[in-house]
Design a binder for this molecule. Sequence first.
Ligand code: NAD
Length: 321
Amino acid sequence: MIIVPEHAIDGLLTEAECFGAVEQVFASMARRRAGNFPVVREAIGHADALYGFKSGFDRDSLALGLKAGGFWPGNAAKGLTNHQSTVFLFDADTGRCRAVVGGNLLTALRTAAACAISIRHLAREGARVLGMIGAGHQSAFQLRAALAQRPFERVLAWNLHPGMFGRMEAVARERGVPFEVVDLDRLGAEADVVVTITSSFAPILKAAQVRPGTHVACMGTDTRGKQEVEAELLAAATVFTDEVAQSVSLGEAQHAVARGLLAADSIVEIGAVINGDHPGRVSDAEITVFDGTGVGLQDLAVAAVAVDRAVAKGLATEVDF
Ligand code: NAD
């Protein structure tokens, strides 16, 4: 069995490798070659922790396994990341455990890859202004991956809590793109692509603030009750997602569907666009929304690449198990 520790993940995979692995598994999901199994998420009644599993199998890549972990709110005081996860990969032919891989950084990378995939396939070719809503841990990963998808000339950012923009400013500087903190009216009026990555439970961006032709990637809503944009925005948009079942139950679309503003069967899996079975954006005036809920197969896809790279670079430990 191969062990790839968390500290070995940094710098192990390129952005392009993450993008390719997640794009492949989204395509397999839409062809029904890959499926996610029901998610388990429980409050364990200790340390205020939420713990669970995301798992699945991709018959194309043979990635089989699970991501186990969750949220330990007291970790920060211990100098640890609150979100903790580990990916376990199994041999699809024998069921033997093939690898154990640190999943914290991989989660950020696979989430940013999903957002980037939506921009690549759904944003207008002429998109030049990127709007970022949210400035937490994930935001810098999202920004870095998004900036690679179009020749963006400006980044406009908004966050509820001030004083958190440092990590995104650093990414924008590294890429040589001007960065400005603005209000939501300006962000919506000027951005061609908007990425939301917050833990909000109430709509931040209103439908009236978004102009025709915008692509909005909603990446923060991954739990029942969370919400980042007004449900009316989804009603006015063509809505794409990683997995419809998650989108309508715990993703951004949960609210629009519950209020009867959006039909569940109108939501398109991004894999169908990748496969060429759906045209994606059909006009420059169309608003597209990507509801990135985060599926276990994304974790397995990037973990499998991490194992290959770690073995190739001599960074993996092999144990007799
Ligand atoms: P974080 O705790 O580091 O940052 C939270 C962000 O949300 C900050 O910008 C904060 O200012 C903002 N925020 C908090 N409460 C808010 C509120 N009431 N209204 C508006 N903004 C608020 O979190 P993170 O690690 O950056 O993750 C951001 C979100 O992304 C979380 O909801 C997380 O669960 C989600 N997430 C989704 C996926 C996915 O696959 N879709 C993967 C990882 C994380």
